[in-house]
Design a protein around this ligand. Structure first.
Ligand code: UGA
Length: 460
């Protein structure tokens, strides 16, 4: 919405939320306090906020005065009831649709921006139509059109992705409404990049695009494990296959598995849909993408334990990176969570360092309070001696590696590419290991510093 406001100064954009704290943060004069860390977003907000971009909790009036309403609420995986663990929880989408139905005035185009299961537009349409029929209080005609307009931006590159998208997808049946929405994007996106489809194709394309991307990651991670036992190198294999223009180079980086709020949720949703329609083989096919992803995380934790003489109990390990990818403070489904939990179960003492993720978030994700950083001179801590895992948030690299048996790199922050291993090595307890799950280190420099190295997919 910030980018729409930036590119279309003639359009008034109001972002509304019931959460007062969240809206206050979006209105904070200090732009470093915006609720989301996203490169370039602060500049866009600085240019537009108060001009034609507004953040407000006045949901009722914003809906009443809007020509177009974008439903952009989250749709997490259901945790209980029918479809638990797979289906999307649509309660917030439904609540939005009901509120739009109640508060809208005149003709309103309702746009599904959230990622939704196929045929959700039908539910929204039925709710809106019901309001259309029964509204007689103010004698004002109310009418609605529903469009699907899924978002394809990736976190960390969101502004760039929005400014020059590969495509904008608009699904719907009403030509006039499609034209109105298309005209907004046409203010900065070339017209040939705006694809129009029917509602169901648009909804399904979003889920499918994410499933394809995630499937590539699981495929390359499966190859990585094979590389490790055969003497091949996954980076070389990825390059070799990626030069085939039919395959392409992108999204072939082997790592600790995909994280983020979308891939797993969307695939599980696809699995649920397939099962619902009796397509069990298709459901199983997509399920395996998630299974392989879970395995990648489990096996990394296991091999760390194995290489450290079969035990990490009481050992200090430095974890570099907690966000699910670089350039974001988002930790949702981050592979670091499951790997760190497995290591904590084994009794490890984890010094976690991430340039953007704070200790409060890590504590929530690990479901464990932080311990205070141990005093190196005071000997082993009580938890280390008792065999219980513990963690704390390190403010810098040197504190994190001091006395550590291993460094585990789980996010590809660019600063990890520039680490000076010959300075780090003397601070660690020998034999010291570097576990590079993101292929960010230069193997020769690490080895020259006298450190042992495991890299994902490196069988050489
Ligand atoms: C993903 C899609 O890329 C977007 O197109 C989509 O709009 C978005 O989900 C969404 O549905 O909202 P995002 O999750 O922000 O975007 O980030 P990605 O760059 O796709 O990365 C997802 C995960 O895959 C990260 O954990 C990343 O480290 C991992 N990844 C990515 C790899 O392990 N290897 C790769 O080669 C690429």
């Amino acid at each position: 919405m910030a980018v729409i406001a930036d590119r279309c100064p003639n359009i008034e954009v109001t972002v509304v939320d019931l959460n007062e704290t969240r809206i206050a943060a979006w209105n904070d004069a200090d732009l470093s306090k915006l609720p989301i860390y996203e490169p370039g977003l602060d500049e866009v907000v600085a240019r537009t906020r108060g001009r034609n971009l507004h953040f407000s909790t006045d949901v009722v009036n914003a809906i009443a005065s809007a020509d177009i309403v974008f439903i952009s609420v989250n749709t997490p995986t259901k945790t209980k009831g029918l479809g638990s663990g797979e289906a999307s929880d649509l309660r917030w989408v439904e609540a939005c649709a009901r509120q739009v139905a109640e508060c809208a005035k005149g003709h309103t185009i309702v746009v599904e921006k959230s990622t939704l299961p196929v045929r959700t537009a039908k539910t929204i349409q039925v709710i809106l139509q019901a309001a259309q029929k029964c509204d007689s209080r103010d004698q004002q005609e109310k009418s609605f059109v529903v469009l699907s307009n899924p978002e394809f931006l990736a976190e960390g590159t969101a502004i760039k992705d929005l400014i020059s998208p590969d495509r904008v997808l608009i699904g719907g049946e009403d030509a006039k409404a499609i034209k109105s929405l298309s005209k907004i994007y046409e203010q900065w996106v070339p017209k040939e990049k705006i694809l129009c489809t029917n509602l169901w194709s648009s909804e399904l394309s979003k889920l499918t695009a994410n499933a394809f991307l995630a499937q590539r990651i699981s495929s390359i991670n499966a190859v990585a494990e094979l590389c490790e036992v055969t003497g091949a190198d996954v980076r070389e294999v990825a390059k070799a296959i990626g030069t085939d223009s039919r395959i392409g180079q992108r999204f072939l980086n082997s790592g600790p598995g995909f994280g983020g709020s979308c891939f797993k949720k969307d695939i599980l949703n696809l699995v649920y849909l397939c099962k619902h329609f009796g397509l069990h083989e298709v459901a199983q096919y997509w399920q395996n993408v998630v299974t392989l992803n879970n395995w990648q995380q489990t096996r990394i934790a296991r091999l760390i334990v194995e290489k450290l003489f079969g035990t990490v109990t009481g050992k200090k390990l430095a974890v570099f990176g907690f966000a699910f990818k670089a350039n974001t403070n988002d930790t949702r489904e981050a592979p670091a969570i499951s790997i760190a939990k497995d290591l904590l179960d084994e009794g490890a003492q984890l010094a976690i360092y991430d340039p953007k993720v704070n200790a409060k978030q890590i504590s929530l994700d690990l479901n464990m309070p932080a311990s205070s950083p141990p005093d190196a001179k005071a000997g082993p801590t009580r938890s280390a001696l008792s065999g219980e895992g513990s963690w704390w948030s390190s403010q810098n690299i040197n504190d994190a590696v001091n006395g550590a048996d291993a460094v585990v790199i789980l996010t590809e922050w660019s600063q990890f590419k520039e680490l000076n291993w010959s300075e780090i090595a003397p601070l660690m307890r020998k034999p010291a290991w570097i576990f590079d799950a993101r292929s960010v280190v230069d193997p020769n420099t690490v080895k020259l510093a006298g450190l042992k190295l495991w890299r994902v997919g490196d069988g050489t």
